[in-house]
Design a protein around this ligand. Structure first.
Ligand SMILES: Cc1ncc(COP(=O)(O)O)c(C=O)c1O
Length: 402
């Protein structure tokens, strides 16, 4: 155990008095749900990202649901989704009655392999959901070109991608729409929270109604205008995906720190790249030409000899042994994310075998996220790298592969 040595967490939310003051002010105002603070947060988000439309909601998952509904994807349709993503990407497709068709990913970028769109396309394919995983944009030029050729809606899962640029443009409205997350593992947090984004004003108007039970007018608009005695009209079946003003107040305070947070994360990631440059057993995150990685997570992968299942499983045993040893010493790590095709529900429902999507399976088994947060010190980072190197040297594939 790490007696006396402070633990190094996987991430750390950056809060100070600003968030507390902002929440207190909302409580004092008496208006706590989808009111002026939510509007201010949406405006701040638009101004930071340059995206035309931003509709706050309760999570990225519900934002993806709104995006799919706004794109008119429904029962009988298929949507191509990379398997190596948080399960919410595929679940959102399931919510609208469509089928998520899981696709393989690049082991270098952890993102959707665009060729998978041609391989998996069927007459029922209506959409594709690129995920900008860990803060690196998917290969959008190729994906958008294929989508245009086959008339597919493109819904971007931007859960990890606040601050992510693709050819200088912020992600989130490169296709039909996208959704961001404000879960505490993300660059900024509102506890839970999400943002649906699009360049299409009609889709944004529809999403505003869908997030509020299908109401044509929000409670705040109604209460601050004449005629508030009558309830609005309801033209569609909606949901309760309203963000609270308490969350939005935290979001506004967090947005004010976002440049600093992103700058610090990128600086720490660059330093990891340098410190790990000589580490032959690890592959560090890629940042191809034309991308700005926002490093929601710094995810490496354990290098293996070969590409077969046996090599993946040997590397997996080694990774897990290293992660367990680091945990015992107070250094938190995580597997990057999971491969949805091997999660019980999706495996059982669609009959996937692990090696059906070898890139996603390998990424699930070999990925390793290191601690990363704004304000992480050189000493903390040096300790992570030193202990990681030590354990990699002492847990060789051969020992753990048996
Ligand atoms: C790639 C991806 N998609 C979707 C989500 C869901 O986000 P939320 O927790 O805000 O619903 C996450 C959350 O970690 C994620 O990483």
């Amino acid at each position: 155990m790490s007696d006396g040595v402070p633990k190094i967490p996987i991430t750390r939310a950056i809060f100070d008095d600003e968030e507390a003051r902002a929440v207190a002010a909302v409580l004092a105002s008496g208006w706590v749900v989808q009111g002026p603070k939510v509007a201010e947060f949406e405006e701040g988000f638009r101004s930071f990202t340059g995206l035309a439309e931003a509709v706050a909601c309760t999570s990225c998952t519900t934002g993806l649901h709104l995006a799919l509904l706004a794109a008119d994807i429904g029962p009988g349709d298929e949507v191509i989704v990379p398997s190596f993503t948080w399960v919410a990407s595929a679940n959102a497709v399931t919510y609208v009655g469509a089928t998520p068709v899981l696709a393989d990913v690049s082991l270098e970028t952890f993102n959707l392999l665009p060729d998978e769109i041609e391989r998996l396309r069927s007459p029922r394919t209506r959409g594709v959901m690129p995920v900008h995983l860990f803060g690196l944009a998917a290969e959008m030029d190729t994906i958008l070109a294929l989508a245009a050729r086959h008339d597919l809606k493109v819904i971007e899962d931007c859960a990890c991608a606040l601050g992510t640029l693709y050819n200088g443009q912020h992600v989130g409205a490169l296709g039909h729409g996208g959704a961001f997350s404000f879960h505490p593992r993300k660059a900024i947090t509102t506890g839970e929270g999400g943002m649906y984004t699009t360049a299409d004003p009609a889709s944004a108007t529809r999403a505003r109604s869908l997030r509020d039970h299908g109401a044509a007018r929000s409670d705040h608009a109604r209460h601050t205008a004449k005629g508030s005695a009558l309830l609005p009209v309801f033209n569609m079946v909606g949901y309760n995906y309203r963000m609270t003003d308490l969350q939005a107040a935290v979001g506004v305070a967090q947005l004010a720190k976002l440049e600093r947070i992103l700058g610090s994360r990128i600086e720490r990631a660059t330093r990891y790249d340098q410190l790990l440059a000589g580490q032959a057993d690890l592959v560090v995150p890629a940042e191809p030409e034309g991308h700005r990685h926002s490093y929601q997570s710094y995810v490496c992968r354990v290098r293996i000899d070969g590409t077969g299942e046996a090599a993946i499983l040997a590397g997996h045993a080694r990774r897990n042994a290293v992660m367990a040893a680091l945990e015992d010493e107070g250094v938190a790590t995580r597997q990057g994310t999971h491969a949805v095709h091997i999660l019980e529900y999706y495996r059982r429902t669609y009959g996937y075998a692990p090696m059906d999507l070898p890139g996603a399976f390998a990424a699930d088994r070999l990925s390793l996220a290191l601690p990363l947060y704004a304000g992480m010190t050189d000493a903390e980072q040096d300790r992570v790298v030193e202990r990681l190197a030590w354990h990699l040297a002492h847990h060789t594939t051969r020992i753990h592969a048996g």
